[in-house]
Design a protein around this ligand. Sequence first.
Ligand code: 3PG
Length: 306
Amino acid sequence: MKILIATEKPFAKTAVNGIRKIIESLGYELCLLEKYTEESQFLSAVADVDAFIVRSDKVTRKVIDAAKNLKIVVRAGAGFDNLDLDACTEKNIVAMNTPGQNSNAVAELVLGLMVFMNRNKFTAGTGRELKGKKLGIHAYGNVGRLVARIAKGFDMEIWAFDPFVKKETMQADGITVVDNVEDLYANCDYISLHIPANDKTKKSINYKLLNLMPENGCLINTARKEIIDEDELLKILEERADMKYATDVAPSNISELQEKFGLRVFATPKKIGAETAEANINAGLAAANQIVNFFKSGDTTFQLNK
Ligand code: 3PG
């Protein structure tokens, strides 16, 4: 059995070592394609493998077609908008993610970004505190839940909107739950985005929604670039000198935004939310174990294309 790790943005060494241990202990072979720059490298690397692990790497129909022996692909992480699930299903290939494994890293980054923006990107000048402010969590999944938990330590008031999570579950965590998304934006000083990128959510964070935010509103996006309407983000930042935007998934117009809005906008140079040794180990090892369990006993927990 041949298993490939294909990561344009590689895992930490410790994570790769851990994955190797799991794979090789069963007599399987592990191969690595790291920091590749061309799709052609990915296409030739998958040609003879039985399984592969990716991060945000784009697993297109072309990749699936090139992987003639493929039985299972695992996205080591939560968001699976990089996987062509239809292409996998058509070829009877199991596609999985590893939900929850890198959530803490992303959640810690959210609070870090909030403090950073509140303190003028760690430059001189009068900042603001998080204490007593309202934080709106847009989607209460694995990351959103952890953001809420950490933010409570800052003495923030936590609000959330998530039509897919039971109201009682959120309320049991001491959260103010709203039934429509507008109420979240209209009431919260900070909004942290945790929605996936799909046909329904793309460009859904728009002018109308953002303009509901109270004075000094700050939007934090550690989710996906595609969920923001970038033209409308520019418009709101132009019209409202009080608003701030910090993101781990830079918009296409980031240079323009940074030039125009200085301390009010920040984007990490490359997505770093899940970029911790711990998150790499958790997600990488989970992916390896899911592959091994699939081959050993047909375990399809976390299959996305059921
Ligand atoms: C995820 O969906 O798990 C996160 O966005 C992390 O993505 P990454 O593996 O590209 O860092």
